[in-house]
Design a protein around this ligand. Structure first.
Ligand SMILES: C[S@@+](CC[C@H](N)C(=O)[O-])C[C@H]1O[C@@H](n2cnc3c(N)ncnc32)[C@H](O)[C@@H]1O
Length: 350
């Protein structure tokens, strides 16, 4: 048999059934398996897991199959079972990202949100959406309204999304703090536009006490945020007004919008900052598809791009796409700061 053909067939199987990786992960999180192993303080046998989960005896073998798949993809590790007579599972670096006690480094809320049907369902409408003339994104076909409308109408969706944004920022937040001495040198104020519940702004305020931090976001996001003396919350619409500050931060915001909307947002941001000589700049934190800073893998960028296609009119952009947008919005130059993850920090100068 032609080995190329066999290779191709295996690739096609992977592409076709890849969604079962996601759903197996969802199953493990629904059952709380990573936390059960974490709380146990040591690796667990299949029997122990089965017993702690109080599952029906007939579910022991299916549980082994879920654990086998997730072990294959590096979410769990199977340890030597000498003397035990059955599989013993432990956490890996990957699964520890959802068990961290420290909320600022725990990705569980983000992963649960992305695996929830609200976020998954629109992906089933991509083909239908392509053959329609309407501009609406697949999420509108799936839910009957835009994602932002859904979040403002459904408290459960709103909460899930806002919590997800806090937990999704964890590793990038550390990178921003690491580069902060350069970024925030001589700066007195910052406004985090579309800053959600203020996790990033709070971290900056605490790490760089000379920077006064404000968060601008929609009323359904910041309406119930208490003024805690660390960050000031402003309810508003970034398309109309951005409060003045030395630095405007746009983290994970522009990828939600099409080019025209991004240019409108960037223009509002540019109006809010002083001249370059006076230290004014806009910081954009986004993926730069194919950039050399994507040391880990381009795959999450491409997948995130498809997620954006299903939910929004935006997407993940490469450097040329970013560059023409920055020029169109009136910025004179930009600098990409390499990070170690799949997101980059881009400084824009007026
Ligand atoms: C993908 S989230 C990013 C949140 C946060 N910057 C982070 O990185 O965790 C996009 C944010 O933009 C906010 N947003 C959407 N439309 C907005 C508008 N017109 N004015 C202000 N914020 C808006 C959303 O409520 C949401 O918090």
């Amino acid at each position: 048999m032609d080995s190329n053909l066999l290779q191709a067939q295996a690739g096609l199987w992977n592409l076709t059934l890849g969604y079962l990786k996601s759903m197996s992960l969802k199953c493990a999180l629904d059952l709380g398996i990573p936390n059960i192993i974490d709380n146990n303080g040591q690796p667990m046998t299949l029997s122990q897991l089965h017993s702690v989960l109080s599952l029906h005896p007939s579910k022991k073998s299916p549980l082994r199959r879920v654990m086998r798949l997730l072990t294959y993809f590096g979410f769990f590790i199977e340890k030597s079972s000498a003397g035990v007579g059955e599989e013993v599972y432990d956490l890996t670096t990957q699964s520890r990202l959802v068990t961290q006690k420290d909320k600022s480094t725990n990705m569980l809320a983000l992963i649960r949100c992305l695996l929830d049907n609200t976020w998954v369902k629109p992906s089933q409408y991509i083909g239908d959406w392509f053959v329609q003339d309407e501009k609406e994104v697949p999420a509108v076909l799936a839910h009957g309204c835009t994602f932002w409308e859904l979040a403002s109408q459904e408290p459960k969706v709103n909460k899930m999304f806002n919590d997800a944004m806090v937990s999704g920022s964890c590793l990038l937040n550390d990178v921003i703090v690491k580069h902060g001495d350069d970024i925030f040198k001589g700066i007195k104020s910052l406004v985090d536009v579309g800053g959600g519940k203020g996790a990033m702004a709070e971290l900056i305020a605490k790490s760089f006490s000379h920077v006064r931090c404000t968060v601008l976001d929609l009323p359904n996001v910041v309406g119930d945020c208490p003024n805690n003396g660390i960050v000031k919350f402003v309810s508003g619409d970034m398309f109309t007004y951005v409060p003045p500050a030395d630095i405007v931060l746009l983290k994970w915001v522009l990828h939600d919008w099409n080019n025209e909307d991004c240019i409108r947002i960037l223009r509002r941001c540019k109006e809010a900052i002083p001249s370059r000589e006076a230290g004014g700049k806009v910081i954009v934190c986004e993926a730069v598809v194919g950039s050399t800073s994507a040391m880990i893998s381009e795959e999450p960028q491409l997948l995130l791009d498809m997620l954006m296609l299903t939910l929004t009119e935006g997407g993940e952009r490469d450097e040329n796409q970013w560059k023409s947008m920055f020029i169109e919005a009136g910025f004179s130059s930009y600098k990409i700061i390499n990070t170690t993850g799949f997101m980059s920090i881009i400084e824009l100068y007026p």
